[in-house]
Design a protein around this ligand. Sequence first.
Ligand SMILES: Cc1cc2nc3c(=O)[nH]c(=O)nc-3n(C[C@H](O)[C@H](O)[C@H](O)COP(=O)(O)O)c2cc1C
Length: 238
Amino acid sequence: MKELLNLMQERKSVRTPLDTKRQIAKDDLLQILEAGRWAPTAHNMQNFEIIVVDNKKLLESIGNIKRPISETFVRENYKQLSFSEEELLRKKTGLLGTMFPPSWRNPDFKLDKNEKDDSSMQRPFPVCPTMLFVVYYPAKRAPASEGDFLGALSLGCVMENMWLMANSLGICFQIVSSLSSGTTEKEVKNILHIPKNLNIAFPCRLGYTVSTPAKHLRVRRDIKDFTHYNKFGSKDLG
Ligand SMILES: Cc1cc2nc3c(=O)[nH]c(=O)nc-3n(C[C@H](O)[C@H](O)[C@H](O)COP(=O)(O)O)c2cc1C
């Protein structure tokens, strides 16, 4: 039990470049896929396909795709930011502002004209030896699930299973949502020959760090902050 909890607590996002010379062993990759395979899915629909990408040229092409930033993203992202470790510890949710470019730490963020015109706000894409793209058929929704909410939850279970397995094998993992929306997703789909009727649920970078990454502060709410007893709002354990 303790081991499982430790694994969950130690699972983390690694956003630094990963060693392109150190490939993930095939057995480890299969273990990660096996973990995804056993994820619970609504109606056991197993509503996913997974594309493993370890070809250098393909990874380079994906890394070179422009990932335009929307003003909406930056403004909504801003609401989750803290500007000191003390603030983050107090809030217990969200992220440290220093993770993002200085221009994103501005509540009135506006793309300037050039950025709007040529989508040139290219962010560096940290290298990695392997990526996984979990894709799904949006048309095959979980039965009677509005907006395929249950299908999306199922994909989240696949993600967590694979992330925990990667972590237990010492393999770093990062989700890169910017590759799964808008024109960027279209470009990825072209590069990987993903059929039009499939969408990318989540792309992830996998690999090993070159050096030990600097520890970053990870916060969570306390159990009492989100737990209610017998009725919503009741915090009294009795
Ligand atoms: C659905 C989903 C999408 C995410 N997208 C990104 C992303 O695009 N880039 C990123 O660096 N982290 C992404 N994350 C990771 C979260 O930011 C991260 O899990 C959270 O800040 C907690 O940090 P931890 O993973 O280190 O515990 C995503 C996580 C989830 C569940």
